[in-house]
Ligand binder design. Structure first.
Ligand code: UP5
Ligand code: MG
Length: 190
């Protein structure tokens, strides 16, 4: 079932930068299927999988779950979908993620959407979210920011060196950010 030729856009940015919010808008306007790696991991915990406890502990500490778990979940979701266009939100988060995804799926992203946002703004948004996520407390948020800077920004730099990054100012309003996002997807899909 891996013969299906699929298009992937990686949607990256710090915790609370608005990845999930904007992906919902992109799905509506451009017909992609949204795959949030974090949502897939949280669903895996809920399903009572044997990896559930390990995943839960990693998320609580803001750490990055091993690639073999995440790549498998993403690959399964793509195979189970009828669609051939995917927004992969919040993945790859480190070099290991990036290399494993490429190795296993042979998929190279069309481009990388990067939501750039100051930490103070991201922290404010996360603390206002109130969805009961175990990692939405000040202590874990600080750890998530540190992991983002140390492990995830280098992945964005890697794609940037390949000319694949579309950087967006994500500190603006949801509507203003989506205007910029729309501009990028209109060009990419014409
Ligand atoms: N909001 C959004 N846009 C706004 C705007 N422009 N102006 C004002 N408010 C705005 O938005 C966050 C909040 O801000 C919402 O309340 C929204 O209404 C508002 P959201 O769209 O949810 O931001 P998002 O970037 O999706 O934030 P999220 O917290 O989901 O990002 P993370 O990257 O931290 O979370 P994720 O779910 O991807 O990962 C969680 C954890 O899972 C990781 O820390 C890690 O432990 C684990 N993980 C892995 O190990 N591997 C993976 O591959 C993925 C995750
Ligand atoms: Mg999210």
């Amino acid at each position: 079932p891996s013969e299906k030729k699929v298009k992937v856009v990686f949607v990256l940015g710090g915790p609370g930068s608005g990845k999930g919010t904007q992906c919902a808008n992109i799905v509506e306007h451009f017909g992609y299927t949204h795959l949030s790696a974090g949502d897939l991991l949280r669903a895996e915990i809920k399903s009572g999988s044997e990896n559930g406890t390990m995943i839960q502990n990693m998320i609580q500490e803001g750490k990055i779950v091993p690639s073999e778990v995440t790549v498998k979940l993403l690959q399964r979701a793509m195979q189970e979908s009828e669609n051939d266009k995917f927004l992969i939100d919040g993945f790859p988060r480190n070099e290991e993620n990036r290399a494993a995804f490429e190795e296993v799926t042979k998929i190279v992203p069309e481009f990388v959407l990067f939501f750039n946002c100051p930490e103070e703004e991201m922290e404010k948004r996360i603390l206002n979210r109130n969805q009961g996520r175990v990692d939405d407390n000040v202590e874990t948020i600080r750890k998530r920011f540190k992991v983002f800077v140390e492990s995830s920004l280098p992945v964005i730099e890697y794609y940037s060196s390949k000319g694949k990054v579309q950087k967006i100012d994500a500190a603006k309003s949801v509507a203003e950010v989506f205007e910029d996002v729309k501009g990028i997807f209109s060009q990419a899909t014409e």
